[in-house]
Design a binder for this molecule. Sequence first.
Ligand code: HIF
Length: 288
Amino acid sequence: SNGDVAKASGPFVPTKDDYQKVYDEIARLLVEKDDYDDGSYGPVLVRLAWHASGTYDKETGTGGSNGATMRFAPESEHGANAGLKTARDFLEPVKAKFPWITYSDLWTLAGVTAIQELQGPAIPWRPGRQDRDVSACTPDGRLPDADKDHKHIRGIFGRMGFDDREIVALIGAHSLGRAHADRSGYDGPWDFSPTVFTNEFFRLLVEEKWAWKKWSGPDQYTDKTTKTLMMLPADLALIKDKEFKKHVDRYAKDSEVFFKEFSDAFVKLLELGVPFTTDERWVLKATS
Ligand code: HIF
């Protein structure tokens, strides 16, 4: 009938089910492509979602996940983004299969998928980001430096609009993944289960003794017990600063509180500066 023709030729408006299909495809690929790092691309997908979002500047309203401008130089070449091509390339087959999704929505959804599939908290998500061109690339220097202290961290995350509690909650994501000598120069994982989202980052931060690693690489800490773990100077700032430390102690003690407060802060991170047209967020279903 004419009605069917009109429907078939109208603009495709993806539904929650369509985004769930994208989620499921990312989750499937995470399992299929397990021959990488500690067995999962999940952590580097989380880092991509965060670096795409963490360029936000609340004063000018520039940056943030809307735009996916890390597709382009100069942003793709910023030192902080070293290694993220791996994550972007991982998602290309997903973009090819679901061409209607924007890169900006895809990259943030991939971060959500990774956290949920690596047994982290539910991260409510909504679509609505539009890709922008190279002229929307943000200047270098908006992401945090790992060799700096609490003042730098407060400055960088304050520019995005985060308070102390949210800053500490977010940094719990360092329970995932590792540093790579050929990317940041740092080397090693933060905890013993880099492909499982836990509050171990906080527990180790307070319970382990951390000493400067003796090596020719950049200044980083290593745990005195096994010498296999690492902390960045910026991670240690969370226990050197009294206000930050309060939250570290709370999260080290209570995984449930950490999961809840992390989820809230991560939702906020992925939405910074995005002109959404809907208030509704979805919790897409994890595969297990
Ligand atoms: Fe990271 N982060 N991050 N980070 N990050 C690295 C790796 C990951 C900082 C520095 C680094 C956040 C905050 C900060 C992840 C997620 C998040 C690396 C190593 C560095 C140097 C990169 C490499 O060599 O591969 C600093 C200084 C931050 C402010 C304190 C966020 C809170 C924790 C916002 C966040 O979500 C993830 C995941 C990784 C692991 C990537 C991997 O490839 O395994």
